[in-house]
Structure formats: structure tokens, C-alpha cells
Design a protein around this ligand. Structure first.
Ligand SMILES: NC(=O)C1=CN([C@@H]2O[C@H](COP(=O)(O)OP(=O)(O)OC[C@H]3O[C@@H](n4cnc5c(N)ncnc54)[C@H](OP(=O)(O)O)[C@@H]3O)[C@@H](O)[C@H]2O)C=CC1
Ligand SMILES: CC(=O)[C@@H](O)[C@H](O)COP(=O)(O)O
Ligand SMILES: [Mn+2]
Length: 381
């Protein structure tokens, strides 16, 4: 029986992780959870799974929870995310919080040699060098949950890196794949949240529409698989059936396919290297689908993808700036303070105005993250 600690339990990945745990309750026990503001959902989870530890952000949320038993203890604050991640009872950490807030928890789990299923891609974007350095030092594998990275992980199957020509990430194109830039001037939040293939949290759904999601995934792939940026390609594939591919030196291409259902990569990250059954409602039926489409990515149409390639290649503190600016810009868009096309402007300005700091340590990264947020928010109060 493995004890699972789940950060972001009330979110999209969190809830689908709970589906997997329900399905395999003979193998996994929910040991601890952390969530943000959704008290109602958290209460449901606590009532069903009876975790030993629950992390809340503040006293007000602790008081809103109805816990009257000595079995469950409630911990408060950001440090408590690290505490449950490093807890000696935790066997597997599923990091499914949204944003760079998840960074210290990932590092804490690495230092205590946990199995880590990582959905929280912002952790790898903002501080990939620190995370991978720590993972190598402590001999910890990061098991990807992101669908594309799970596909690559499966396609790599332990092959040596020098055998690889390139990684091919697939992009659905998001909510606005068929819109012109002119049409993008007047799109609404509701339009942007209408992803054609995946039901996900709000922030990643907006990232998908701006193509920043794929940009973050390029950086995530660079760190997870130790692959240079010029060997990472992105192609548009509107059906999200091929989740990504690896082209080998002999030109052989290995892809992983499946209907878009995040429970598949989540479960694989929990059971690796084994595979367990998973009763998903719709298995892949290629005859029914009949045709798959592919097209070239246009970096002028999707400048956020270009920003991410540039920031990744420049390295140092640039990916931290990219991530922080994007997190704030998406939040401003979701709160209708800026338009959709202003998201990319906010990010571009932050990148242009930043003087790169090589090899930043954790304190520097946190300082830059906070400063970028402060500067951007100052203009939109
Ligand atoms: N959804 C998907 O299909 C995919 C998601 N990912 C990645 O997984 C991560 C999670 O995405 P997703 O599940 O969609 O996001 P959601 O917005 O649905 O969920 C985010 C979770 O994080 C919690 N949270 C937010 N702030 C804090 C905090 N300060 N402390 C503790 N918990 C916090 C939220 O709590 P609450 O809701 O209670 O406020 C919620 O449980 C992201 O990095 C995303 O890029 C990657 C691939 C696919
Ligand atoms: C499910 C998942 O992994 C998301 O990151 C997904 O990839 C979003 O799709 P697009 O960014 O390709 O639209
Ligand atoms: Mn993805």
C-alpha cells in the first residue's frame, strides 16, 4: 500500500488523481492533501478519503472546514506544503498545484527521496536547473503527468539520448486555433475557456489558447529529458490523439496515442513501471476517428511559443520571468482587467525589461518571481 500526498487535490488533476486512487484503493491510500480556496470540494474529499493531514492556506479556511476527529490534523501555510511533501509517511508526492507556488514542495520531496508524479509544470519552468540538479543528486526520478511528457517518457523507454534526432510535441491549437489575430482582439474569457479537447483548470486552458502552454511544455521537456531546444519541435495536431513523439537517429518515430483522458498519464506516473487496468469510458477507436490532422506551428500567430523558446535558450533567470509574467497576465485576463492579446504584451515587456541573471539560486528565483508580479500588478490596480 502506497501513501499518496496530493497537492492541489480540489483541482482538475487533483480530482482525476482521486479517481485513480478510488479505482485502485487496494494499492493506494490518500495520506495528505493540500488545496487552495475550494472548501466545499475539500470537505467532500476529507469525508470520503479521511486523509491524515490537510494543508490549508490560512486560519479562515481552517475554520471553514468541519473536522471533528483526532484522525485528521490540519496544518496552515506555505511551509506546510513542504512539510507534507517531505513527511516520512509520504511514499508518493503528486504535485498538482497550479503555479510556481509548488516549487519548494517539489524540492522538499526530492531531498527526502520520494517518488514524484509532477503535473505542476511551472516548477520546472521557473527553476528547472535547480530541480533537475537536486533530482540527480538525490537519485530521484520525476515521473511526468503532463500528457505530452508522459508520452515522451513512454516513447523513450530508457533509450540513450544520443540516439534521438528530436522530440515532437503535439499541440491541439487550443480554443482559438481557427481564429485570425484580428479576431483575437475581441475574444472573451468564456470563449478562451472553451477548450476543444480537454477539460482542465482555468489557467492552463488560457495557456493553451495563447500557446504558452506549449511553450512551457518545451521548457519542461528540455529539463525532464535533458534535450537541447533545437531538438524539440512542436506541431499542431487538432485531435489530441497522438500525445507526442520521439524521432530516433534511424528516423524511426515512436508515438503514444490515446483518447484525451488525463487519468491515463496520472495513473502511469503512480504505477510506473507497471500498468494497471483503467476503465475509461471511451477507448481509442481509430476506425471511428478515421483521419488525424497535422500542421506547422506559426510562431507569428502564436508569439508566446516563440517567447518560451527564446527564454529557454537564453536560460538563467529568463524562464522565471516568462513564467511569473504569464501567471500574472493570465490572472489579469481571467479577472477581465486585460484583453486576451494583452497577455502576450505583458509577457513580452517583462522579458524585454529584464537583465538576465545566470544560474540563479532559489532565493534569487523567488525574488525575481515576486518582483515581476509586483511590477506588473502595479500597472493594473
Ligand atoms: N488539468 C490538466 O488536464 C492538466 C494540468 N497540468 C498542470 O497541472 C497543474 C494543475 O492544473 P489544474 O489541475 O488544471 O489546475 P486547477 O486550477 O484545476 O487546480 C489547481 C489546484 O491547486 C490548488 N491551489 C492553488 N493555489 C494553492 C495554494 N497556494 N496552496 C495549495 N493549493 C493551491 C487549487 O486549490 P483550490 O481549487 O481549492 O483553490 C487546486 O486544487 C498545473 O501546473 C497545470 O499546468 C498539466 C497537464 C494537464
Ligand atoms: C492535457 C494536457 O497535457 C494539456 O497540457 C494539454 O496538452 C493542453 O492541450 P494543448 O496545449 O495542446 O491545447
Ligand atoms: Mn500538456
Amino acid at each position: 500500500m502506497k501513501n499518496i500526498t496530493l497537492l492541489g487535490a480540489t483541482g482538475s488533476i487533483g480530482r482525476q488523481t482521486l479517481d485513480v486512487l478510488r479505482e485502485h484503493s487496494n494499492q493506494f491510500r490518500l495520506y495528505a492533501i493540500a488545496f487552495g480556496r475550494n472548501v466545499e470540494k475539500a470537505q467532500e474529499i476529507i469525508n470520503e478519503f479521511h486523509p491524515r493531514k490537510v494543508v490549508v492556506q490560512d486560519e479562515k479556511i481552517r475554520q471553514a472546514l468541519d473536522i471533528h476527529n483526532s484522525h485528521t490534523s490540519v496544518l496552515v501555510g506555505k511551509e506546510a506544503l513542504e512539510e507534507i511533501s517531505a513527511d516520512s509517511e509520504t511514499d508518493v508526492l503528486v504535485n498538482a498545484v497550479m503555479g510556481s507556488i509548488g516549487l519548494e514542495a517539489t524540492l522538499a520531496a526530492i531531498k527526502t527521496r520520494k517518488q514524484i508524479a509532477i503535473a505542476n509544470k511551472e516548477t520546472l519552468v521557473t527553476a528547472g536547473h535547480l530541480v533537475m540538479e537536486a533530482a540527480a543528486k538525490y537519485g530521484v526520478d520525476l515521473l511526468p503527468v503532463d500528457s505530452e511528457h508522459s508520452a515522451i517518457f513512454q516513447a523513450l523507454n530508457g533509450e540513450a539520448h544520443h540516439d534521438i534526432n528530436r522530440i515532437i510535441l503535439t499541440a491541439s491549437g487550443g480554443s482559438f486555433r481557427d481564429k485570425t489575430r484580428e479576431e483575437l482582439k475581441s475574444v472573451t474569457v468564456a470563449d478562451a475557456l472553451n477548450h476543444p479537447n480537454w477539460s482542465m483548470g482555468d489557467k492552463i486552458t488560457i495557456d493553451s489558447a495563447s500557446m504558452m502552454n506549449k511553450g512551457l511544455e518545451v521548457i519542461e521537456a528540455h529539463w525532464l529529458f535533458d534535450i537541447p531546444y533545437d531538438k524539440i519541435d512542436v506541431i499542431q495536431h487538432k485531435e489530441s490523439i497522438i500525445h507526442s513523439m520521439v524521432e530516433y537517429a534511424d528516423t524511426s518515430v515512436i508515438a503514444q496515442l490515446g483518447t484525451p483522458d488525463m487519468r491515463v498519464p496520472i495513473q502511469y506516473a503512480l504505477t510506473y513501471p507497471d500498468r494497471l487496468s483503467l476503465p475509461i469510458s471511451k477507448k481509442l477507436d481509430l476506425i471511428e476517428i478515421s483521419t488525424l490532422h497535422f500542421s506547422k506551428m506559426d510562431l507569428k500567430r502564436f508569439p508566446c511559443l516563440d517567447f518560451a523558446y527564446q527564454a529557454g535558450k537564453q536560460g538563467g533567470s529568463m524562464p522565471t520571468v516568462l513564467n511569473a509574467a504569464n501567471e500574472v497576465a493570465v490572472d489579469l485576463f481571467l479577472r477581465e482587467k486585460i484583453t486576451f492579446l494583452e497577455i502576450e504584451k505583458v509577457i513580452e515587456n517583462a522579458l524585454i525589461n529584464h537583465t538576465i541573471i545566470p544560474n540563479p539560486d532559489l532565493e534569487t528565483i523567488n525574488g525575481i518571481d515576486q518582483e515581476i508580479r509586483r511590477q506588473i500588478l502595479k500597472s493594473y490596480r
